[in-house]
Design a protein around this ligand. Structure first.
Ligand SMILES: Cc1cc2nc3c(=O)[nH]c(=O)nc-3n(C[C@H](O)[C@H](O)[C@H](O)COP(=O)(O)OP(=O)(O)OC[C@H]3O[C@@H](n4cnc5c(N)ncnc54)[C@H](O)[C@@H]3O)c2cc1C
Length: 431
């Protein structure tokens, strides 16, 4: 049991509680037109908006909630290079050239985030100590090693290989079958980072409007009309940057994505000796399952933050978070009985081939579906979708031109979610 069951723990987000000052976005009346309307003010929407505004376009970025209030600011704050599929599987499916391009893209997304933090002077506990990827099964360890060798060979990005008996020197756990360490992976306080990005977007001229939900989109005489909760806006171009929160705004994308819940718990403050026994400060870690666990210490080095996929069937918040608490104890039995101060959740957006969707249909642009790894890719593909709206040369032909399959049976939002969960659970059990 989570020992300090108090209802106020559930839904309480550590990042918000560790923030010095909230972000203030002045409430302005909604304009009736713009060159581009961006739906969704997370990392994708704000990076797209920054570029378009800097190029002189009149950009409105709307969010149904608060600016950067959902996944982009409540996530684990971990930036890693990996895709869900191994490089071997990617090469079999896409060929060597495309696979190398995809890894280059992930590496460029690291650089983009790092450069933005430096240029915009964003204080967000940014660290590049390293990420440990932990093999959940013996077979995963050999696949990880092949992956690391492929990346080293083709894009010259180095990994350290850690055998089973040495894993506990990095992560104080004996659960895993080996690991790789990427010393260039990054971590941050995601909410501080997103506040910095939102302020930068505003400085560049993006009109930010929170609590404005786009209810319907129509196309008439070459222009889009957006019916929002605060009035009508028209624009020749739209960018959908809603990721897992798309709803039924654009059925073509809805049928090709599934929202899967992910949740994080944060322990109470731990003694420094206990913290030291868990992992090196500023390291981050994740395992190799599709329904993966990921964890790190808080930036002040005093709490463990442990994340994992949300179970589909759990009827009380306490039961839901028990799954993550149990996973934490499987990794760190020494935390038995330690109480939890924060527990929160959000949605990640999965696609069938585990690759993001970027493209446009009649001036409606989109970049979504980061399969749980959008902190780098969201920034990068937000920028790329803006470049493509500006008419730049296509640098991502594979991502744009591939045939994107629907989920096998589209059974409405909950039915599809159920199939998605069952599918990933089966892969974790048998692969
Ligand atoms: C618990 C959790 C942990 C994660 N950990 C990591 C991690 O450690 N590293 C990593 O790389 N990734 C992580 N991710 C994934 C990452 O957070 C996302 O991939 C990324 O934030 C997606 O950014 P986005 O801007 O595309 O979408 P979001 O940040 O989700 O923003 C989409 C916005 O669209 C708005 N919206 C939707 N529909 C409408 C509408 N009709 N009208 C107006 N606005 C609308 C929503 O309100 C929302 O604010 C995690 C995700 C979760 C949930």
């Amino acid at each position: 049991m989570i020992t300090n069951y108090e209802s106020e723990v559930f839904g309480r987000n550590y990042w918000s509680y560790s923030l010095e000052a909230p972000l203030h976005i002045p409430s302005l009346s909604l304009p009736s037109s713009a060159d581009v309307v961006i739906v969704g003010a997370g990392i994708t929407g704000l990076f797209a908006g920054m570029l378009l505004s800097r190029k002189g376009l009149n950009v409105i970025c709307l969010d149904a909630g608060t600016i950067a209030g959902l996944a982009s600011s409540t996530n684990g704050g971990i930036l890693t290079l990996g895709y869900k599929q191994s490089s071997g599987d990617l090469v079999k499916r896409l060929g060597i050239e495309v696979t190398v391009d995809l890894y280059r893209m992930a590496l460029q997304s690291y650089d983009l985030v790092e450069r933005t933090i430096a240029e915009e002077k964003i204080e967000c506990n940014f660290s590049s100590k390293g990420h440990v990827e932990l093999a959940s099964k013996l077979t995963h360890y050999s696949a990880m090693q092949e992956n690391a060798e492929f990346i080293e060979k083709h894009i010259n990005h180095r990994y350290e290989h850690i055998c089973k008996s040495d894993v506990s020197q990095y992560i104080g756990s004996t659960k895993y079958h080996g690991a790789t360490l990427d010393r260039q992976a990054k971590s941050m306080h995601p909410l501080k980072f997103m506040h910095g990005v939102a302020l930068a977007a505003r400085r560049y001229g993006v009109h930010l409007h929170e609590h404005v939900e786009v209810k319907r989109i129509h196309r008439l005489s070459g222009k889009y009309t957006l019916e929002t909760s605060k009035g009508i806006i028209t624009a020749p171009n739209i960018i959908l940057a809603t990721n897992a929160y798309l709803g039924d705004l654009f059925p073509w994308l809805q049928q090709r994505t599934v929202a899967v819940g992910s949740q994080i718990i944060a322990t109470k403050k731990l003694s420094s000796s206990l913290c030291k026994s868990l992992m090196e400060e500023s390291f981050t870690a994740s395992d190799t399952l599709r329904m993966l666990s990921y964890f790190r210490l808080s930036p002040d080095g005093k709490r463990l933050l442990f994340g994992g996929r949300r179970p589909l069937m759990a009827f009380s918040p306490q039961r839901q978070f028990m799954t993550t608490y149990r996973s934490m104890l499987e990794t760190y039995p020494q935390l038995k009985g330690v109480s939890i101060d924060y527990a929160w959740s959000g949605n990640v957006c999965m696609t069938r081939d585990h690759m993001p969707l970027i493209g446009q249909i009649d001036g409606l642009y989109f970049a979504i579906g980061y399969n749980g790894g959008g902190m780098g890719l969201g920034a990068f593909l937000g920028t790329k979708v803006a470049e493509s709206l500006l008419g730049h040369k296509d640098e991502l032909p594979y991502l744009r031109d591939r045939i994107v399959k629907r989920f096998p049976a589209y059974l409405g939002r909950h039915g599809t979610k159920l199939i998605g969960y069952a599918y990933y659970r089966l892969i974790d059990i048998f692969a």
